[in-house]
Design a protein around this ligand. Structure first.
Ligand SMILES: [Zn+2]
Ligand SMILES: [Zn+2]
Length: 304
C-alpha cells in the first residue's frame, strides 16, 4: 500500500496546529481563538499556548468545543533550554494529556519533546527560520514527527516564515521528517497572523484520535489555498502524476539542487519523469495565480 495519504480511505480535514489564546500571550480569549477557525471553514484547531511558568504551564481544555462537524486537539508550545545559539526551544506538542507535567529541572528541549511524544503527542519543530535553529538542533530532537516549514505569524512579524531551507538540508542528510504549515496565531490587530497556512489531514473520521494518528503517520499536506488531490507513482516508479486545484506552477523538488517543474495557466495535472531523482526524497510545491502555495510532505523514494 502506498505511504501517501491520497489513496487512503477517509477525507481531508483542514486544521491549524499552532494557536495562542489569552491563556498565554494570544490577544483573544480561548472562545474567540477557537471560533475564529470554526467560522472560517476549518474542521479542527489545536490551541498551543506557551508552556512556561509565567502562564502556569497551560494545557488548555478545548473539549467543550468538539461537535459533529468541528473538533479540537489538546496541545501546547513547549519551551526549554537551548538551541546551539542559546535561545530557548519552541516545540509544538499536539495531542497532549491535560495533566501533562510541568517542565522539569534540567530538562532540555529534546528531553521535553521526547516526554511529550511518549505521552502521545505529535511533536513539531516550530518556526526554525525565525529563531536560527540549525540542522544539528533539528537532528537532536529524535522524537520529532515534523518541521513547521511555514509559519504565518513569523512571516507577518519578521519575514521569517519559511523554513524549507534548513529542512531540505536535514532531509538531504537523510533525516526523515514531515513538514507542516501553521498560523502561530496571536490574533494581533496590527498585522495578519491568522488564516495564512494550514494542514489538510486525511483521516477516516473527524475525531481527535483519528486526526492524531494521521498526523503521526504523515497523512497530510499543507496549504495556503491550493488543493493537492493526488500524487501517484506509475508501476515502475519512473513517473509521478500530480493532480491539484488550478495552479500556475508545479515543482517537484529533491535533495541538493534537484528539481523539475512545469508552468502555465490553470494547470490541474502533470506527469513528472523521475530520472532526475535517483535517490533520497521528492516533494511537491504548487503555486496558484494569487501566489498561494501548497506543499506535500517529503516522499522517500525507497519506501513507495
Ligand atoms: Zn514559538
Ligand atoms: Zn507559537
Amino acid at each position: 500500500m502506498s505511504q501517501l495519504p491520497f489513496e487512503k480511505p477517509g477525507e481531508f480535514y483542514r486544521g491549524n496546529l499552532h494557536t495562542h489564546s489569552d491563556y498565554s500571550d494570544g490577544e483573544v480569549s480561548l472562545d474567540e481563538a477557537v471560533k475564529t477557525y470554526q467560522r472560517n471553514g476549518y474542521d479542527f484547531v489545536a490551541i498551543t499556548d506557551h508552556f512556561i511558568p509565567q502562564f502556569d504551564f497551560p494545557v488548555v481544555d478545548t473539549r467543550p468545543y468538539r461537535s459533529d462537524d468541528f473538533t479540537t486537539l489538546i496541545g501546547a508550545e513547549l519551551h526549554a533550554p537551548s538551541l546551539e545559539n542559546g535561545e530557548y526551544w519552541h516545540i509544538l506538542a499536539v495531542g497532549l494529556p491535560l495533566d501533562f507535567e510541568s517542565t522539569r529541572e534540567n530538562e532540555d528541549g529534546p528531553a521535553l519533546a521526547a516526554r511529550a511524544a511518549k505521552a502521545g503527542a505529535f511533536v513539531g519543530i516550530a518556526h526554525p527560520a525565525w529563531y536560527g535553529l540549525t540542522v544539528e538542533d533539528m537532528q537532536s530532537v529524535s522524537s520529532a514527527h515534523a518541521v513547521e516549514v511555514f509559519n504565518q505569524g513569523c512571516a507577518a512579524d519578521s519575514d521569517r516564515g519559511e523554513s524549507w531551507h534548513v529542512t531540505d538540508v536535514a532531509l538531504t542528510e537523510g533525516y526523515r521528517l514531515n513538514a507542516f504549515a501553521a498560523d502561530d496565531a496571536h490574533f494581533r490587530n496590527s498585522h495578519p497572523d491568522v488564516l495564512g497556512g494550514w494542514t489538510m489531514v486525511k483521516a477516516e473520521e473527524l475525531e481527535p484520535d483519528a486526526l492524531l494518528g494521521a498526523l503521526k503517520a504523515g497523512d497530510f499536506y499543507s496549504s495556503q489555498g491550493p488543493l493537492i488531490h493526488d500524487i501517484a507513482f506509475n508501476g515502475d516508479q519512473s513517473e509521478v502524476e500530480v493532480r491539484t486545484s488550478p495552479v500556475k506552477s508545479m515543482m517537484l523538488i529533491g535533495p541538493k539542487s534537484r528539481y523539475t517543474a512545469t508552468h502555465g495557466a490553470g494547470l490541474t495535472e502533470h506527469r513528472f519523469p523521475l530520472e532526475a531523482f535517483p535517490d533520497g526524497y521528492i516533494r511537491l510545491t504548487v503555486i496558484d495565480e494569487s501566489g498561494k502555495r501548497a506543499w506535500s510532505n517529503p516522499i522517500w523514494l525507497d519506501s513507495i
